[in-house]
Unconditional design. Structure first.
Length: 544
């Protein structure tokens, strides 16, 4: 489209096209349509912060399993052979003639199973057997087979009864796991919120381009009409300066808007793309979602209640308070003296063959009682009969005099517990304030949307009237261009207010802890990434 610069025959020049043509031979720019749900899914799958928190959560879950391993039964087995020849400082050594000491050859085997109890006690089942050969004169049996089977229970009555190191370890590990899962949830929430802000910013930047292009088109049209009026002698040649200047200014604004669009695309790509996705890094993203702006009332009281119940930050602090409480309870328990009840019962067996080297002591019997004659099986049968046993019950008391270390540790742990509870109280107040701010932002943004829409409608009417006046020769370039700028500003205000409203709604969902639930994103304790949202805002129909 061209026009004559002046009636005097000045050289004509074309109206500059605001969209520069592509370079010769340049490849066509790839366009990739992107829905918000897909953007969120990509971010959840690729965000390094989420992957780091997921690994930390897996480690914390393994730590719980490890802490619970304190209650795994412990099996102990031992066996050995022993050759014993120790000189005895006694006239009754029993050594063979010409020897300084008797010689014993012993083979022993034993086993035990130890089980820690949830009450803080320990129960142990133990058994042992052995075979002994001796050339001592005082040994009745050689070989002799001895056996033992018994059980022992040690139950704390004061210290370690309510909590001990094992139970503390489990409670601490579980608290750390809950904190890690809360940190993972917070990272997911932050990521979803960032993606939504970046996505709606991209939508707004793309819509701004449309407004700027329309403004450039209106300026070019006004420049053309002015040129026609100059050709017809209805306006002086100098009248062309103002629309031309305005056209160049709007072209500059369009270029700046395109730069903002490129930056918005880069910000979104940074959140949703991996390092190896070269095709998408170089493609132009075309956002396909445009959620309708329908202002709704916010129930602040219900929003606060939901936030206090759902915010991952509070869940993390509550888990930390639980850990501090467990540590304080354990430290207080250390102040008490130790009083343990010990109950045990053992049975014994002994059998064998007469010791051929035995000579006995004059006046004492040297024969082997019939009950002791036999082999290992005979010894084990005596365990079943229970003829030889040992039953014991007792109390073991222990207390450090003064116990200053335990008392100091208890005071320190109690202070740490109180600090954690105060931190939780402060965080709950902060959450309440965030909900209030987010609700106010939603309401303000909704009001701005309504005001901006009304302003845009008024600007459209004013521009149409001014253009009619200009066509009738009753207006000027200045007034028409001013009305065009007013309309562009009003349309941009609608875009800005709508975007702020969408972001404010997202922030309100984050502040109330409902963002993941509203987006239908589920977290679990497996290695899988968070489940993707089914859909997020599919309503079409942009407005500017």
């Amino acid at each position: 489209m061209t026009f004559g610069a002046a009636a005097s025959g000045a050289a004509q020049e074309p109206i500059p096209d605001p969209t520069p043509p592509p370079a010769a031979g340049a490849p066509a720019e790839a366009v990739r349509e992107l829905a918000l749900a897909e953007a969120i899914l990509r971010a959840l799958e690729r965000n390094e912060g989420i992957l780091i928190e997921r690994v930390a959560a897996d480690s914390a879950a393994s730590a719980v399993t490890g802490a619970e391993g304190a209650y795994d039964p412990v099996l102990g087995l031992e066996t050995g052979w022993r050759h014993l020849g120790v000189p005895v400082n006694s006239a009754f050594s029993g050594a063979p003639q010409g020897e300084l000491a008797p010689t014993d050859e012993v083979f022993e085997a034993g086993g035990s199973v130890v089980q820690r109890l949830p009450t803080g006690g320990v129960v142990a089942l133990r058994g042992a057997t052995g075979r002994t050969e001796t050339d001592g004169a005082f040994g009745l049996l050689s070989p002799a087979y001895d056996s033992q089977l018994g059980v022992e229970l040690r139950q704390p009555l004061l210290r370690d009864r309510g909590i001990d190191a094992a139970r503390l370890g489990i409670r601490v590990a579980r608290a750390d796991r809950d904190r890690s899962l809360a940190s993972l949830a917070r990272e997911v929430v932050d990521t979803v919120g960032e993606v939504e802000r970046a996505y709606w910013s991209l939508v707004a930047a793309r819509r701004e381009i449309g407004v700027r292009e329309d403004a450039v088109g209106l300026a070019a049209e006004q420049l053309e009409q002015t040129g026609l009026r100059i050709e017809g002698g209805a306006a002086p040649e100098t009248e062309i300066a103002q629309p031309r200047s305005e056209l160049e200014r709007r072209r500059g604004e369009l270029l700046a808007a395109r730069e903002r669009l490129a930056r918005a695309e880069s910000a979104l790509k940074l959140l949703i793309l991996g390092d190896a996705e070269d095709d998408l890094w170089s493609a132009r993203l075309e956002a396909t979602d445009a959620a309708a702006v329908e202002p709704v009332a916010v129930d602040v009281r219900a929003a606060m209640a939901e936030a206090l119940d759902s915010r991952p930050e509070l869940a993390s602090l509550e888990a930390f308070v639980g850990r501090r409480r467990a540590e304080a309870a354990f430290a207080r328990d250390r102040v008490q003296p130790a009083l343990d009840l010990v109950v045990s019962y053992d049975r014994f067996g002994l059998a064998g063959s007469r010791n051929r080297a035995a000579t006995g002591i004059p006046g004492l019997p040297t024969g082997v009682p019939g009950e002791l004659e036999g082999n290992l099986g005979s010894s084990l049968e005596q365990l079943v009969d229970g003829e030889f046993d040992d039953a014991r019950i007792g109390l073991v008391f222990e207390v450090p005099i003064g116990n200053r270390a335990a008392r100091a540790n208890a005071e320190i742990a109690e202070n740490a517990r109180r600090q954690a509870e105060l931190e939780l109280d402060r965080a709950r107040k902060q959450v309440r304030a965030e909900v209030l701010d987010a609700a106010a932002a939603v309401e303000a943004a909704a009001a701005r949307v309504e005001a901006a829409r009304a302003e845009r409608e008024a600007a459209e009417v004013q521009l149409a009237a001014e253009r009619e006046r200009y066509a009738a020769g009753l207006s000027t370039n200045f007034l028409v261009l001013t009305r065009q700028n007013d309309l562009a500003s009003a349309r941009l205000a609608v875009i800005e207010a709508s975007t702020d409203y969408l972001i404010a709604r997202s922030e309100l969902a984050r502040a109330t802890g409902a963002l993941l639930a509203e987006r239908r994103i589920e977290l679990d304790e497996t290695d899988a990434p968070p489940a993707a949202p089914a859909s997020v805002g599919q309503q079409r129909g942009e407005e500017s």
